[in-house]
Write a protein that binds this ligand. Structure first.
Ligand code: GLA
Length: 381
C-alpha cells in the first residue's frame, strides 16, 4: 500500500513526503459506554490508514484519496469545507487543531486505507488519527495523544454529524501490538492488558450490511442516555454521567422517563459492570466467562439498546449453536461485524457453518477477518 501511495504522490506532486499511519480498532467489551462516562476495552488492529504528507507553506491543502480515486483542494478557514465526505475528516482535523492554538499550514497528501468501510472498525477514526498525529509532528504542536484523540472526536462532532465518544480515536492513537486497553472514559485513566488468549482465536464476521441513518440513530441513543441521566441526577446529584448511576436509581425514575430511555439506560448500566467482570476474568485466564459476557452484551445491544439487526442476530445465534465461546455485535451497530471468541478447534467448523447458513439466508457470505492486535498511530518514514 505504501508503494502505491508513493507512486501516486510522485505522479501528482513529485518528490517525497513523510509517511504516517494509524489503525482501525476492535473493542472486546464496553459498547456505547464511552459517551456515558463508563469503561471501554479496545485495541488497535492490523489494518488502517497510511498517508504521505509534505508541507508546502501557504494555506491550501491538496489531498488525494487513492481508495476513492478522488482529488480535493481546500483552504483552512471555516468557510472552506470541502465537498467529498472523506476530505471533511482531514479538513476537520486541521480546523480542530487550529482551534486549539496549534499551527497548520498548507500541505499535499496522498493516502489510502485497508479498514473495510462500514464494518464498524472505525475507518474514520483511523483517518482522523493519522492526520491529527501527522500534523502534530510536522508542525511540532506538542499536543499529547489525548488531545489528538479529542481533535478526532471533535471532527466527528462538528464536521461529520456524529456525536461519538472518545473510544475509537483513543484506540487508534494509544494502540499497541498484543495489548488491549481498558479506558475509564470519565477520568481517562487507562491500563494495558496483554491479550494472548491461548487456545482461542478472535475473528470478525462482517455482515457487509450498513444501515442508512446510522449516525442519526446513534445520536438518538446518546440523547436517550442523557435524558435518563438527567432524571436520575434530580435525586442523586452525584450522577455526572449515566455510568455513575446504580441500577436501583434507574428503577426510581422509571415512571418519569420514556420506556425507550429506560431500556437504553438499563443496557448501559449493565454493560459498565460487564467490562469490570471481563477484566477480572482475564486476570484468571477465564475466557469462558469473557465469552459469556460477550453474549450478554449482544443480548443487551439487540433487545435493550436496539442497535443490532437481523443479519447480526443471525450470526450470533449461529455462533451459539456452534458452541463458540463468545459472540456479539461490535462497535456502534446498525450493521457491521460480529466479534467472536472461538476455541481453536471449533474455528473451522464455525466459519464453515456461518458462511453456509448466512449465504443461504441472505444471499451473500459474511466476510471473515482474523483479529491481530497491533500498533496505533506512528510515523513510518
Ligand atoms: C462508535 C463510536 C464510539 C462508541 C461506539 C460504541 O464506534 O464512534 O465512540 O460509542 O460506537 O461503543
Amino acid at each position: 500500500m505504501q508503494d502505491k501511495i508513493h507512486g501516486k504522490f510522485q505522479a501528482l506532486f513529485g518528490g517525497n513526503g513523510s509517511v504516517f499511519a494509524s489503525a482501525g480498532r476492535i473493542n472486546l467489551i464496553g459498547e456505547h459506554t464511552d459517551y456515558n462516562g463508563g469503561y471501554v476495552f479496545p485495541g488497535a488492529i492490523d489494518c488502517g490508514i497510511i498517508a504521505e504528507i509534505r508541507l508546502t507553506g501557504g494555506n491550501k491543502v491538496r489531498a488525494f484519496s487513492l481508495d476513492y480515486n478522488e482529488y480535493a483542494e481546500f483552504g483552512l478557514t471555516e468557510a472552506d469545507v470541502p465537498a467529498p465526505a472523506w476530505a471533511k475528516y482531514i479538513f476537520g482535523v486541521c480546523r480542530e487543531t487550529l482551534k486549539r492554538g496549534g499551527r497548520v499550514e498548507g500541505f499535499e497528501t496522498v493516502f489510502a486505507g485497508d479498514v473495510p468501510a462500514g464494518a464498524g472498525l472505525s475507518s474514520s477514526a483511523a483517518l482522523e488519527s493519522t492526520f491529527a498525529f501527522a500534523l502534530n509532528e510536522l508542525f511540532r504542536n506538542g499536543f499529547d495523544r489525548f488531545e489528538l484523540a479529542r481533535i478526532g472526536q471533535a471532527t466527528e462532532h462538528h464536521y461529520c454529524g456524529v456525536k461519538c465518544g472518545i473510544m475509537d480515536q483513543f484506540a487508534s492513537l494509544f494502540g499497541q501490538a498484543g495489548r488491549l486497553i481498558r479506558l475509564d472514559c470519565q477520568t481517562l485513566e487507562y491500563k494495558y492488558f496483554p491479550f494472548h488468549p491461548d487456545g482461542y482465536k478472535l475473528v470478525l464476521l462482517d455482515t457487509c450490511i450498513k444501515h442508512e441513518l446510522a449516525s442519526s440513530a446513534y445520536n438518538r441513543r446518546r440523547a436517550s442516555c442523557e435524558n435518563a441521566a438527567a432524571a436520575i441526577r434530580q435525586r442523586h446529584p452525584e450522577v455526572a454521567f449515566l455510568s455513575d448511576a446504580k441500577r436501583l436509581w434507574l428503577d426510581e425514575v422509571r415512571g418519569e422517563i420514556l420506556q425507550e430511555d429506560f431500556l437504553r439506560a438499563e443496557y448501559v448500566i449493565g454493560e459498565v459492570q460487564r467490562v469490570l467482570d471481563v477484566c477480572d476474568a482475564l486476570e484468571r485466564d477465564d475466557y469462558e466467562t469473557v465469552g459469556e459476557m460477550m453474549y450478554q452484551t449482544h443480548f443487551g445491544l439487540s433487545r435493550l439498546y436496539e442497535v443490532s439487526c437481523e443479519e447480526l442476530d443471525f450470526l450470533v445465534r449461529t455462533a451459539r449453536h456452534c458452541e463458540v465461546t463468545g459472540a456479539r455485535v461490535m462497535g456502534g451497530g446498525f450493521g457491521g461485524c460480529t466479534l467472536n471468541l472461538v476455541r481453536e478447534e471449533r474455528l473451522e467448523g464455525f466459519l464453515a457453518a456461518a458462511q453456509e447458513q448466512f449465504s443461504r439466508r441472505f444471499g451473500h457470505a459474511p466476510k471473515v477477518y482474523p483479529v491481530v492486535i497491533s500498533d496505533g498511530a506512528r510515523q513510518l518514514a
